[in-house]
Design a protein around this ligand. Sequence first.
Ligand code: AMP
Length: 214
Amino acid sequence: MKNYYIFFGPPGSGKGTQAKKVAEKLTLPIISTGEILRQEIEMKSEIGLKAQKLMSQGKYVQDEVVGNLIIKRLRKKDAVNGAIFDGYPRTEFQQNFLVNKLKKFNTLGIFVAVKDAEVKRRLGGRRACVCGQTYHLKFKPAKKNGICDVCGGKLFTRPDDKPESIKTRLEVYHSLTEPLLKYWEENGRMIKVDGEQKIDKVYNDILAKLKKKN
Ligand code: AMP
């Protein structure tokens, strides 16, 4: 049976970090629409060029655009046993699309809860690398200042981590994405963890709750 785990949480909740750890543990691929979009921007593709402005402002990219990226990604061989979603779905349209697509399989939502004040503190210090690795100046510094531990790339501040964009991203998250949790909660298909704890504690909480669910 194919298993799909869908991570939810505000921007900066650490859901990407947790999704990566769970993906490794369960040997499932991680599907991060934000990551795919950033790669498209890097490649200067048509999709990337269109998405760039919206992303830097903290707004969502069109449902159709991310939907096509998802379809393409799910067809890859490594997703035969399932996948872990990070940052998708984000709107009601996307959720209906995904739920319908995965209706024959096991699905579980994982909600990493973090309050707005903590989100603002975290995102201000976040640094990213094109390889997908993220750091935080205070909480998760790179070994060598400004250089990625994994690939040696130069770290940068994502345009959407600038203060004005952070404010928009939180507003958009609360109005469009947070309401999606209701579906998973009501169907008993959601686990919730406190994302304001240390990375390893959040991860252990997720594993313990996953064990109980299975
Ligand atoms: P993330 O890396 O998940 O924080 O995503 C970064 C940005 O990419 C978001 O702020 C959106 O602009 C865009 N994005 C990522 N995933 C989606 C999605 N599922 N729907 C719409 N926009 C998305």
